[in-house]
Design a protein around this ligand. Structure first.
Ligand SMILES: Nc1nc2c(c(=O)[nH]1)N[C@H]1C(S)=C(S)[C@@H](COP(=O)(O)O)O[C@H]1N2
Ligand SMILES: [Mo]
Length: 199
C-alpha cells in the first residue's frame, strides 16, 4: 500500500497528464459552428479596447520574429495530446508593438464567426503562448484554426481561439462564448477548472 504514495500512476507521464484526461495521438477537431475558410493574406488582427487601436496584417505578423515551440495540449472534453509543435509569433513579441492602457487587466480573443474567449493578462503574456500559423511544420489546417490561431497551452484548449481576428483589452474579466455557457473563467487543466463552480 505504502508504495502507492511514492509511485506515480503509470499513465500520468511524470505529471504531464492532468487529472481526468486521457491521451490521444489523433488531433480531434472541436468547433462550435462551421469551420472558417479564408486566405492567409486576408488575416487581420485588430487591437481594440484599452490599447492604441492597431491592425496587424499577415505581412506584419510574418515580419515579427517567428518562434517554434513544442508542448502538450489539453481539451476540456478529456483528451490530451503530447508534444505538439507550433510556429508563429510569440504573444510577448507582439506585445512589444502594442501600447496598452495601464488599466487593462484582461483580454478577449475574437474569432471570425464570433467565437470569443477571455484571459487575464498574466495568462495571455506567458512566453510559450503563440499566434500560430504552422503545426508540425505544415501550414495550420482550417479545421484547426488556420490561417492563424492563438495557442495558450497551460489552459484548457477552449482558451485558444481558432481563426483569430481580434484582441480586445479590458479593465475587468468578462466571460467569452463557453464561459457564458458555464465553463470556468480560467480553465487550468491541472486544477480541473472545467465548469464555473469548480474552484
Ligand atoms: N473560433 C473558435 N475557436 C475555438 C473553438 C471554436 O469553436 N471556435 N473551440 C475551442 C475548443 S473547445 C477547443 S478544444 C479547441 C480545439 O482546437 P482543435 O479543433 O484544433 O483541436 O479550439 C478552441 N478554439
Ligand atoms: Mo474544447
Amino acid at each position: 500500500m505504502l508504495g502507492n504514495f511514492f509511485k506515480k500512476p503509470a499513465d500520468d507521464m511524470d505529471g504531464r497528464i492532468p487529472p481526468g484526461q486521457t491521451l490521444t495521438t489523433r488531433f480531434p477537431v472541436l468547433t462550435y459552428g462551421p469551420t472558417q475558410h479564408y486566405r492567409p493574406e486576408d488575416t487581420v488582427i485588430r487591437i481594440t479596447g484599452l490599447a492604441r487601436e492597431q491592425t496587424f496584417t499577415w505581412a506584419d505578423l510574418l515580419a515579427l520574429p517567428q518562434t517554434t515551440l513544442t508542448y502538450d495540449i489539453h481539451c476540456v472534453t478529456h483528451w490530451s495530446k503530447l508534444d505538439t509543435t507550433w510556429t508563429g509569433v510569440r504573444v510577448t513579441d507582439l506585445m512589444e508593438h502594442l501600447q496598452l492602457d495601464p488599466a487593462a487587466t484582461h483580454v478577449m480573443q475574437h474569432s471570425v464567426g464570433g467565437y470569443t474567449t477571455n484571459l487575464s493578462l498574466e495568462d495571455f503574456t506567458r512566453p510559450e503562448n503563440l499566434l500560430a500559423h504552422t503545426f508540425n511544420g505544415e501550414p495550420l489546417d482550417a479545421e484547426h484554426g488556420g490561417p492563424l490561431r492563438l495557442v495558450v497551452p497551460h489552459l484548457y484548449f477552449w482558451k485558444s481561439a481558432k481563426w483569430l481576428t481580434g484582441l480586445e483589452f479590458m479593465a475587468a474579466d468578462k466571460p467569452g462564448f463557453w464561459e457564458v455557457n458555464g465553463y470556468h473563467m480560467r480553465g487550468d487543466p491541472f486544477k480541473e477548472q472545467r465548469y464555473d463552480d469548480d474552484p
